[in-house]
Design a protein around this ligand. Structure first.
Ligand SMILES: NC(=O)c1ccc[n+]([C@@H]2O[C@H](COP(=O)([O-])OP(=O)(O)OC[C@H]3O[C@@H](n4cnc5c(N)ncnc54)[C@H](O)[C@@H]3O)[C@@H](O)[C@H]2O)c1
Length: 361
């Protein structure tokens, strides 16, 4: 078996590769990534990519179709992967997330790939009142990022057949420790604030609903989708991926962190404009279709795992919202030093401008 993982050098990718390796020990695991965050390691002893069989550096926008030869399953993670980046790089987000995903899926189908797993997002529900959202409820994508996920799902739906079985996992917001940690995610941000400064600062009024999922549980869901039978959900399946127990209001997450990490104060921005992104999600379909791949990590376990990981790194940066753990900051900095052009392509002239980055990537 041969599995191609795009975007494997991000936050979730290393965990996904490890889970696939555990369940398919003889599979050839191939990675494909442009390497925006390749240098953003958080105390990993070795490069996570040394645990896969082959790593390609390349841009989804001009992927070589030859890479798909003999591939049985594609796990498609590569993306401009959150709202802040999508807002700053709107056209690029459309090009990479939507158009390149469609192109990859067509190439994969032509190449005889049998399973295609897409990392979609519950953010496509946008602002949703009236109870937890189900898969066939109306979508309300509010951002370029969310719109790109909706557009890709539409294309994948059209392409899916019994020989090209597509699973679009509409993930809740991720959390948890990773070898390429992100602190631009709500729970990770709160734990980082608590560890570094004994302070949790909620930027909103704390009331928005946000379903969460741990990255280990995301990886297990992806592994399920790689092996999903046609009879279990059909040729195209879009499924909310998380658990009904993990629908939280942002303020509840902050108080949960303060309970695990003592002597932490929580501040809420009572004057904040209402956050338009608020949704509860119904994960019953995922429970029904994947009973043996249900999320296992609980909230206290997720908080403790992050705390332990941050302490291992001797994390003490109270100003982390301006650090390399924020994806938008990394892209902005790479733009500023001329390493990336306005299309977020690596600049061929970057050697003179940023020798160290050149070496790292
Ligand atoms: N983190 C979350 O909360 C969350 C929730 C739901 C869905 N997802 C989705 O899961 C996937 C992975 O998320 P993540 O948190 O690991 O994101 P990430 O930003 O950490 O990783 C994405 C990876 O894609 C790569 N990439 C971007 N553009 C590329 C291009 N043109 N060519 C090749 N590679 C490219 C980046 O270099 C990066 O390594 C994304 O599709 C994201 O939208 C994430």
């Amino acid at each position: 078996m041969k599995i191609l993982i795009t975007g494997n050098m991000g936050y979730i990718g290393p965990c996904v590769a490890d889970q696939l390796r555990r369940v398919y020990p003889d599979a050839a695991l191939i990675g494909y990534d442009i390497g925006y965050f390749a240098h953003c390691l958080t105390g990993a002893a070795t490069l996570p990519e040394t645990r896969i069989d082959q790593q390609y550096f390349g841009d989804m926008r001009n992927i070589n179709p030859g890479i798909l030869k003999g591939v049985d399953a594609v796990v498609h993670l590569a993306a401009i992967s959150n709202d802040p980046m999508g807002n700053s790089f709107e056209k690029v987000t459309k090009d990479i997330n939507d158009e390149s995903s469609a192109h990859l899926a067509r190439l994969a189908k032509q190449a005889g790939v049998a399973r295609f797993v897409f990392a979609s997002s519950c953010s496509m529900y946008g602002f949703a009142e009236g109870g937890p959202r189900k898969e066939d409820d109306a979508l309300n994508p509010l951002t370029a990022y969310a719109r790109s996920k909706v557009a890709t799902e539409k294309t994948l739906h059209e392409l899916a057949t019994k020989d090209f079985v597509v699973t679009s996992l509409r993930f809740a917001t991720a959390c948890g420790m990773s070898e390429r940690l992100r602190l631009d995610l709500v729970l990770n941000d709160f734990v980082a604030g608590a560890v570094a400064a004994q302070q949790i600062t909620i930027l909103s009024d704390g009331t928005p609903w946000r379903p969460l999922i741990h990255i280990e549980d995301m990886a297990r869901a992806i592994e399920w989708a790689v092996g999903r039978e046609l009879s279990n959900g059909g040729a195209f399946l879009a499924v909310n991926t998380g658990s009904n127990e993990w629908n939280y209001q942002v303020k509840d997450l902050a108080y949960a962190v303060a309970k695990v990490i003592p002597d932490v104060s929580v501040s809420i921005n009572k004057n904040a404009q209402p956050d338009k992104r608020s949704y509860q999600v119904d994960f019953s379909l995922f429970r029904q279709l994947a009973p043996r791949h249900q999320p296992k990590v609980d909230l206290v376990g997720a908080i403790q795992g992050l705390k332990a990981g941050l302490e291992r790194m001797r994390f003490a940066d109270g100003n982390f919202r301006n650090s390399q753990f924020m994806r938008l900051k990394v892209l902005t900095q790479l733009r500023e030093i001329g390493a990336l052009d306005e299309q977020l392509r690596w600049s061929p002239r970057r050697t003179a401008l940023s020798g160290t980055l050149e070496q790292r990537v």
